[in-house]
Design a protein around this ligand. Structure first.
Ligand code: IVH
Length: 679
């Protein structure tokens, strides 16, 4: 028998070892990045390793292990979640709502333990995370099952979704891991992730989540794990369940152990002595609350010693050894003075409530987002109404409800505008969307927002070019689209109010610098609907150049992982629009050359792109890509003048024709193998 191709190039022998090494490396870098916050390699380097492992596993499915980092991404959608019964019920906590109630808890504890009322009890104080409780079961060090709290006795099996949490080890770190370890913790979304998810939702005309907790719950209880994988959930572990092969003596010691095994523990947890220190911690956290990157709704105080915890025992639903110290809600009553339609980058018109200014936990609130007119109708919010306003993780607060008993008889329901309040263009409501959109191409706020987006730190990163300067560029008539940015001169900037030589030079330098940003950033900066940072990066990696992306058809786009029909359609619509193409051309002519994230260099196919088409019989498409990439080349989806070779199997169609038309060398499968075999 003829030896298989992969045998001849000696891949198989090393593949298993390489896969193992990649898994170890990736989990190590995951931990550095997500848990220790000290990344040692760039995102692009991480992605390269990840893709290498993915390729290996795609080709050799027998190499896939349940703890492989690739298995975090999620499998097929579920019909429903399976029920899981917790070995130990998941209790809830009794609340204290002020400092006196915290002191009462301390007195209760000491009375039950027969201690003097002035005894300085040792407690562990923790932030009370505003998310949802989960139980994680590690068997022989491997994450085996994860479930929601449910009713405390039975929850839902959310293992596949929990696996997507990058800060959570799929395998405990170290050699002394217990046979069985159950830990409880809180799954939550950072404020940044929450805002990102909501702005994406608004962009596609969906109703946003009311707060980070709802968003976390919605993401965790997603039947399609691929959706969850797009939502960067986090978790902090805070309590043990059943364990075998390890005994914890105290809450403090529990934290120390699980942290060593790689489980995420909130760095703000603190062991203290005496209840006044716990009260001080409660005050401190209330102050820190505003600057934390996630929502907390109080603190939790736990008796540190597990022996004393056992002695204190439990009531039916909550332990006697812990208390949740809740913060006052961040709500206030105020008046809706007006409902103002505001136009965003994509033309979506969002109603914003102008409020009589009111202070909520130290911040003066004068605006609240109402999201869309369906939401206004559902909550029946009218101008002149007295409303409850809440700051819930969003920069802009939300209206919780209307006090109907205080409504004035003349208050009228609000209707979406028929014309754009900014440019007077027609407003349409797209089927299936709750949003209304301005269709005007030259709508000023759309242009303003698209330029601000283009210059943003996570896009082209043009330092200094924020809202204010963009506003001035527009009002001076200096820019009409992002392409105009690259035509600006120092004199243009000098027309600004309070502009100095140095600042103008810096702005120009920042614009100049942006010409060489990575392709992924550039694609993101274009502001294509549905194309977020992550998708843009994936597109950059798959297509390797703007030119290839521009030409990619619907099938090629949807063949990329995580790109569905809606996104693919939106990309096509963007590139089919001649105005967009003209803007891109002008940028390229001005010297914008988005840098392509380099793959392996030095291989014999470096810089060459291959297109595989038709029915392949000697190897699979993935195998082919692997072989090409191994030699530093790229396998792409569409044929252009720059394509080095088109490898055509049977029944090759339009791509083969295109290759002939452009004069690109066409190889049969056999010829490709010969090419590979050449020295
Ligand atoms: S300990 C028996 N610690 O608060 C002890 N809970 O109101 C169980 N929570 O269901 C809970 N942060 O979802 C504990 N640091 C923390 C917490 C915390 C948030 C949640 C948890 C629990 C609820 C109880």
């Amino acid at each position: 028998m003829q030896p298989s191709l992969l045998d001849t190039i000696d891949l198989r022998e090393n593949t298993r070892l390489r896969a193992e090494e990649l898994r170890r490396l990736l989990e190590h870098h995951n931990r550095l990045y997500y848990v220790l916050d000290t990344p040692a390699i760039s995102d692009a380097e991480y992605d390269t390793l990840f893709r290498e492992l993915q390729s290996l596993e795609e080709h050799y499915p027998e190499l896939v292990t349940p703890d492989s980092p690739t298995q975090r991404v999620g499998g097929a959608p579920l019909d429903k979640f399976t029920q899981i019964t917790h070995r130990l019920p998941m209790l809830s906590l009794e609340n204290a709502t002020n400092e006196d109630e915290i002191r009462e808890f301390d007195l209760r504890v000491k009375k039950l333990l027969g201690l003097q009322s002035d005894y300085p009890m040792a407690y562990v104080c923790e932030p009370k995370m505003d998310g949802l409780a989960v139980e994680l079961v590690y068997e022989e060090g491997q994450l085996a099952v994860a479930s929601t709290r449910g009713d405390g006795l039975t929850g839902e099996d959310v293992t596949t979704n929990i696996r997507t949490i990058r800060s959570l080890p799929l395998r405990l770190v170290g050699s002394d891991v217990p046979r069985l370890l159950e830990v409880r913790g809180e799954v939550f979304l950072s404020l940044r992730a929450f805002q990102q998810i909501n702005s994406e939702k608004e962009e596609v005309g969906e109703s946003p989540f009311a707060n980070p907790r709802n968003a976390a719950a919605g993401s965790l209880r997603q039947l399609d794990p691929r959706v969850t994988a797009q939502r960067p959930l986090s978790v902090f572990c805070y309590a043990p369940g059943v364990s075998e092969g390890v005994e914890f003596e105290s809450q403090q010691q529990f934290f120390a152990h699980i942290a060593v095994w790689g489980l995420p523990v909130n760095p703000l947890v603190r062991r203290i002595e005496g209840i006044e220190a716990a009260v001080a911690y409660y005050r401190e956290m209330q102050e820190q609350r505003e600057s934390l990157p996630y929502e907390i709704d109080g603190t939790v105080i736990k008796v540190d010693s597990f022996a004393l915890q056992r002695e204190l025992g439990e009531k039916s639903r909550s332990p006697r050894w812990a208390v949740a110290c809740k913060f006052p809600p961040r709500q206030a009553l105020t008046l809706v003075e007006a409902i103002i339609p505001s136009v965003g980058r994509t033309g979506v018109i969002t109603p914003v409530a102008q409020l009589r200014p009111v202070e909520i936990s130290g911040v003066t609130v004068s605006r609240a987002t109402l999201h869309n007119w369906d939401e206004i109708a559902a909550k029946d919010i009218r101008v002149g109404d007295t409303v409850v306003v809440e700051r819930a993780g969003d920069v802009i607060p939300a209206v919780v409800k209307v006090l109907l008993e205080q409504r004035l008889p003349e208050a009228q329901p609000s209707q979406p505008p028929e014309r754009c309040p900014e440019c007077g263009s027609e407003v349409v409501r797209i089927a299936d969307e709750v949003a209304v959109r301005c269709m005007g191409l030259a709508c000023p706020p759309q242009i303003r927002e698209s330029i601000t987006h283009f210059a943003a730190r996570n896009a082209m990163d043009i330092e200094g070019l924020g809202d204010k300067f963009v506003e001035q560029l527009l009002s001076l008539g200096l820019v009409h689209s992002v392409a105009d940015l690259y035509q600006l001169t120092k004199n243009d900037f000098m027309q600004f109010e309070r502009m100095g030589d140095k600042l103008a030079a810096n702005l120009l330098a920042a614009i100049e610098n942006s010409k060489k940003k990575e392709l992924g950033r550039f694609i993101f900066a274009l502001g294509i609907r549905h194309v977020g940072e992550r998708t843009a990066k994936a597109l950059a990696q798959s297509f390797g150049s703007l030119e290839n992306l521009e030409k990619a058809d619907f099938e090629e786009l949807t063949s990329i992982r995580d790109i569905g029909a809606t996104v693919a359609q939106s990309i096509r619509t963007f590139f089919d629009n001649q105005e967009n193409i003209a803007v891109i051309r002008r940028m390229l002519e001005a010297g914008v050359t988005p840098a392509v994230e380099q793959k392996k260099v030095g291989g014999r196919f470096t810089g060459m792109s291959f297109v595989f088409t038709g029915a392949l019989t000697r190897f699979t498409r993935d195998e082919a890509r692997l072989l090409v990439e191994k030699e530093g080349g790229t396998a792409v989806g569409s044929v252009s003048r720059k394509t080095a070779y088109v490898v055509a199997g049977e029944d090759a169609g339009s791509k083969l024709a295109k290759a002939r038309e452009l004069g690109v060398t066409v190889l049969s499968e056999e010829e490709f193998l010969e090419l590979l075999a050449q020295e």
